[in-house]
Design a protein around this ligand. Structure first.
Ligand SMILES: Nc1ncnc2c1ncn2[C@@H]1O[C@H](COP(=O)(O)OP(=O)(O)O)[C@@H](O)[C@H]1O
Ligand SMILES: [Mg+2]
Length: 386
């Protein structure tokens, strides 16, 4: 395919989120492995203030394993800043670099948001793509927002008769006025240990395992630094199971369910350090050492969650298999899961017969199909007056 016919994929990385650094790792592999016979990659880095910069198109695809994807924050690479919204004049001329790249057309055909966390995975940026009428990979606004909010996702799971381990929600204002009472309620209703977590973060950021009542206020305050809503969850002694789900192009067909994998943290729990800082922080076991029956049960729960949470494109469903009861509980859903080649989502798909490159191709095509279907919808309504 000659380069003018290739689909131009903007891979977005970084972002205004605590998971900015994690995104650089996910995006690097996506940029490297998007099939060059089908796609032209347009790397776009978003800094921690939310400004978009054109990456180095010629260099980024060639990065080696030890090199890092960089944000090139110089003025003539600047593409967009949310600060421009509402201003009458865009405060800068597009640089020659960008006009040359676009020939006054849109710079890309489809967006692959390789970003995690708030403002990146929670429907915010997906809303921007909808407004701009640009196809984008993965979940839409609604499922992105639901998937990000651990409390809302759990409430919908409960409504669908999926088991959820007991938890309590605390909002910022409640903690300001009733801290002591809330601590007592937690002790009585949940006991210890508990996990304290912000409702809307990922990568275990802001999560503390609390073993005694005296540690609770500190953990709650730490989580409230990151979100106005937090969850306090009864700890479960469980295997951590993960399933990758991929939509199929045919709307009638069921989503593809991967084999079930297990994450076995070597730390106290699957913390940020176990995920990213310690090379041996966790073992990913594929397939998980569970019976075929439990595997099928986990896949059925994951499929149900993908459907009831209105997911599109992809999601990774994380479950707990309680050791004592062998009961499966829903933990969380990730609508933009970690995406390095050695991350669980691509590894599960690969173990299920879909290679990393093939997975990327499928996701981009799904995004374009979805955009076509949505574009065919009627956006105006003519009502005949009798
Ligand atoms: N209720 C719980 N019981 C036992 N471990 C938990 C519980 N909640 C969280 N954890 C541990 O903390 C990790 C991160 O929590 P999780 O809710 O998945 O947040 P994140 O979105 O940051 O990954 C889990 O993978 C698990 O190791
Ligand atoms: Mg998790």
């Amino acid at each position: 395919m000659n380069s003018s016919k290739k689909i131009r994929v903007a891979v977005l990385y970084g972002g205004r989120s605590p998971e900015h650094e994690v995104s650089l790792q996910s995006a690097k592999n996506i940029i490297q492995y998007l099939d060059p016979s089908l796609f032209e990659v347009i790397p776009i880095g978003i800094d921690k203030q939310g400004t978009w910069f054109l990456g180095d198109i010629s260099q980024d695809k060639q990065l080696t394993d030890t090199q890092e994807l960089k944000l090139l924050r110089d003025d003539h690479r600047q593409l967009f800043t949310p600060d421009w919204i509402g201003k009458s004049v865009v405060p800068r001329q597009a640089s020659e670099l960008i006009t040359r790249a676009t020939k006054n057309q849109r710079l890309f055909d489809v967006v692959f948001p390789a970003m995690h966390g708030a403002l990146c995975e929670d429907g915010a940026i997906q809303g921007l793509f909808e407004l701009a009428d640009v196809p984008y990979v993965g979940c839409g606004i609604l499922s992105s927002a639901i998937g990000m909010d651990k409390d809302v996702a759990k409430r919908l799971a409960i409504q669908a008769n999926i088991d959820v381990h007991p938890y309590k929600v605390i909002k910022h204002n409640q903690w300001q006025t009733q801290a002591a009472e809330l601590c007592q309620q937690i002790q009585k209703q949940l006991g210890f240990p508990v996990f304290v977590k912000p409702a809307n973060t990922g990568s275990s950021i802001g999560i503390t395992k609390v073993k005694t009542p005296d540690q609770l206020p500190c953990a709650i305050e730490a989580a409230l630094q990151l979100d106005n809503k937090i969850l306090v969850e009864k700890a479960i002694d469980a295997m951590e199971l993960e399933i990758a789900v991929l939509e199929t192009p045919s709307l009638e067909a069921e989503p593809i369910m991967s084999v079930v994998g297990e994450v076995k943290p070597r730390h106290e729990f699957y913390s940020y350090a176990a995920k990213y800082l310690d090379e041996h922080g966790a073992k990913l076991i594929i397939p998980a050492p569970i019976t075929a029956e439990l595997g099928a049960q986990a896949q059925a729960i994951a499929k149900k969650l993908f459907t009831i949470l209105e997911c599109e494109g992809m999601a990774r469903v994380d479950l707990f298999l309680e050791k004592s009861s062998q009961r499966i509980y829903f933990n969380e859903i990730n609508t933009i899961p970690g995406f390095t080649q050695i991350s669980m989502y691509p590894k599960l798909m690969s173990a299920s017969g879909i290679s990393y490159s093939e997975l990327l191709t499928r996701l981009v095509k799904l995004a374009m199909d979805k955009h076509c279907r949505r574009s065919a919808l009627n956006r105006s309504y003519c009502h005949d007056i009798e």
